[in-house]
Ligand binder design. Structure first.
Ligand code: HEM
Length: 312
């Protein structure tokens, strides 16, 4: 892959997320080369064939897979296996994964075709442990009914917050990817009056306007997930969460996905959410949202793949 991956693309209407784990003793290296080539081919091809389709496939690689595939050393500075974060009531669990795919498109048919082509290459050497089909819900709302993504970086801020820079020159242009699959307890959530739901999120539901600091509860999602550096500047990540669900089974949720120039920013947000600030004052969104699987760090990067294809 000789071009940067599309991590800074804006959210789209349809997404398929996939997590794969390599089978023991499988010869993954040659398959991985085929896969890199396929991912690049798909991104190029759909850009030509589906004008305004905003189609992209981003591949991420986990720590263990990086080692197994013999990708360049030293590792990206913050690439490691995720360690669980345990608070007084809620835990951010850790699940293993080798490769992650984030497939976006205006048209679900294209996401489906990309997923099928990837599965065709990977099935002989890996098992798919997670496949989630996400959709845009109304005017960009999470399934909880609040607009999700408003405080995301826009314009020039996107590469600034999402892409590795001079702090790790060998991997400049890459990005840390973090995902969590949450299930929501909609019965409990819907039993809350709107005013109470607003206090959980820290924003007004219909207008999507942020509550003033003097009104916003300290255990609201936006109070705990919103963080600043020592100089008081906002520290951001790019989020492209998608709702998913099977209403007939009572299973609905949010697939949380973030790209960041480092992992420490995500880690700090998670610590404030799960442990709380101060400890015990945890994020109330977690009383209605439980992470089920997939707390894994992956790294989406163009550099390693360039190395593979140039034969170095
Ligand atoms: C159950 C899963 C989650 C849901 C449904 C959710 C939903 C939301 C909503 C509705 C907002 C307000 C609007 C906006 O996007 O700016 C928000 C803000 C935010 N969320 Fe989440 N979120 C979830 C998990 C997470 C996690 C795990 C993180 C971090 C690791 C996170 C980080 C943030 C950040 C940084 C903001 C912006 C805060 C601000 O500056 O005001 N979210 N989220």
């Amino acid at each position: 892959m000789n071009q940067p991956q599309n991590v800074t693309d804006y959210p789209n209407n349809n997404t398929i997320f996939m997590v794969w784990r390599f089978k023991d003793d499988a010869d993954v290296k040659s398959v991985f080369e085929k896969l890199c080539s396929l991912v690049e081919n798909m991104n190029r091809s759909y850009a030509i064939r589906v004008v305004n389709g905003r189609t992209s496939c981003v591949m991420g690689i986990g720590y263990a897979a990086w080692i197994k595939l013999g990708l360049p050393m030293p590792l990206p500075k913050e690439l490691k296996d995720f360690e669980p974060i345990t608070g007084s009531k809620h835990t951010a669990i850790a699940s293993p994964g080798d490769l992650h795919f984030h497939l976006r498109g205006m048209d679900m048919g294209i996401c489906f075709d990309m997923a099928s082509d990837i599965a065709h290459v990977l099935c002989p050497v890996a098992d798919c442990t997670q496949e989630v089909h996400g959709f845009r819900y109304w005017d960009g709302r999470s399934i909880l009914g609040f607009v999700d993504g408003t405080e995301n970086p826009i314009g020039e801020e996107r590469p600034l917050f999402a892409l590795v820079g001079d702090e790790d020159p060998a991997y400049a242009g890459g990005s840390y990817l973090f995902v969590q699959k949450y299930l929501h307890n909609m019965k409990n959530w819907e039993s809350l009056p709107t005013e109470e739901q607003e206090k959980v999120i820290g924003r007004y539901k219909m207008s999507d306007i942020e509550m003033p600091d003097e009104v916003k509860p300290t255990n609201s999602h936006s109070a705990l997930a919103g963080i600043e550096d020592e100089a008081g500047n906002d520290l951001k990540i790019i989020r492209d969460n998608m709702p998913f669900g099977h209403p007939s089974k009572g299973e609905v949720g949010t697939y949380f996905i973030a790209y960041s120039k480092n992992f420490s920013t995500v880690q700090e947000m998670l610590t404030r959410m799960f442990i709380g600030n101060p400890p015990g004052n945890y994020d109330r969104i977690l009383d209605f949202s439980t992470p089920q699987t997939e707390h894994t760090i992956f790294r989406a990067n163009d550099q390693y793949a360039a190395a593979i294809f140039s034969g170095t």
